[in-house]
Design a protein around this ligand. Sequence first.
Ligand code: FE2
Length: 549
Amino acid sequence: MDRREFIQGAGSLPLLAAGGVRTANADDMIVVDEAGQLFAHGVASGDPLADAVILWTRINVARGHDDVPVRWLVASDEGLQQVVASGETRALHSNDFCVKVDATGLQPGHQYHYAFEAMGLRSPVGRTRTLPVGKVEHLAFAVASCSNFPAGYFNAYRDIALCDDLQAVIHLGDYIYEQARDGYATAGSAELGRQLLPTTELLTLDDYRLRHAQYKTDADLQMLHASHAMIAVWDDHEVANDAWKDGAQNHQDDEGDWRQRRRAAWRAYLEWMPVRNHDHPDKVRLYRQFRFGDLATLIMLDTRYIGRDRQIDAMALADQPEALQAALTDPARSLLGAEQEEWFVRTLQQASQTRWQLIGQQVMLAPLLIPDLSGVLDQQRARQALGDGVVDALLSSGGGSMPLLLDTWDGYPAARRRFLQALQQHAVSPVVLTGDIHTAIAADVQAQPDAAPVAVELITTSISSPGFDNYLPTQQPGQLAEQFLAHNPHLKLFETSQRGWLRIDLEADACDAQWRIVDRIDQRDYAAGVVQSLRTVHKSIPGFGLQQA
Ligand SMILES: [Fe+2]
């Protein structure tokens, strides 16, 4: 049933029990009945500060409904008896009835519970946490990206929700995907009951709103949001594949004006996500920082929309190696844009007051050079997946210095040099967190080969999007990883076949990373485990760089 249909008899629906959203049994969680629930899209919190947090929900009424008065409350207990903050707001028709509140006056380093009330009903209860101040001994984060609704169940989100000790979830984008019902990664969606709404590729504000709405009916995603504060930033698929500042690979002229499409997508994102609101629809600065006492600063960057120059088309320049080199080495090309780069340097200087600098961003920072795949690639399947042109190019440039992807920092080497210089000059002990690539990767990030690492890079695999092994199938399992690791010695992990998330545990002297995986996404039942653990000691201690834990 379409979410836009009016809720009949909402006033007579039973209230959801406090804490009911946090049970492990999928059947006990929020009933995702779009017609029958006023709070069918759950609750969420995000962008925590020491004294404030954004609280989010949506009132699921019909499109033509009047604005709805909404009460919100924050309490120190799960039963919502010890209320510490409350207020009134309205779910506005003009905001798709999404409700966002900046709840202030909170205590630092505290866990809180919150809920909304509207039309005589109370929402599920969410849990959140403010940022700590002063001396901080330990912080735990989940890092996630690339949740593709039709590709499988969000079991990895549930695995994150079930971790009780997280400070926050850092989401690095591809929170939604813009594809049509029969597009990318949709082959099994009918059997999974996860066929996309709308059926077409997202172009308009209504399209993007409906896709966000569909995602937020997912029980595991609701459980994730109800369990932890989220610090989110977008990647390309929140608008369109391989986006840059003036367009995208997946935006054609006959799909209308790029800026209008992007404005619609951004607006829906800001309505539907628990991020602090921004003042101007054409200039959304999603880059920002969070401070966790004396232990860490988290700097979130936008490598997609605000300053990225157009990606180089390596296929178009395949028979013009000099032109390709000239484009690649052009010092003017930027990934962050001048304004964000300046802000980054300034912020990094301030962040040196904390022991660690976490940098959350989208695309891989360390080089990923194409290995010699001629002896291992299952060419027949690879050609089916990628086409002859791409496979031939991969095989002919394998084993040399050609990067696999030019949408990453590999396609912007001058910008990467400036970025690494900033880290060298201003960061105390930097850890870069990356999404986008659907692969669990860890890399020592060096200014030159064989040099001591400037930073370490920890890359989370996808929640459900297909990994590299779908496109680069090998004759034997594990061969792809072997070849990439051998040809890229700065990589300490390269695991393409697993879906999951990345757990970070930070203490004064060490950053521990665990790649947690779920064994399946084609069923709600799953088993979770750790595929790899790597430790990085603080840069003030000899031996900075990724080590087996
Ligand atoms: Fe993705």
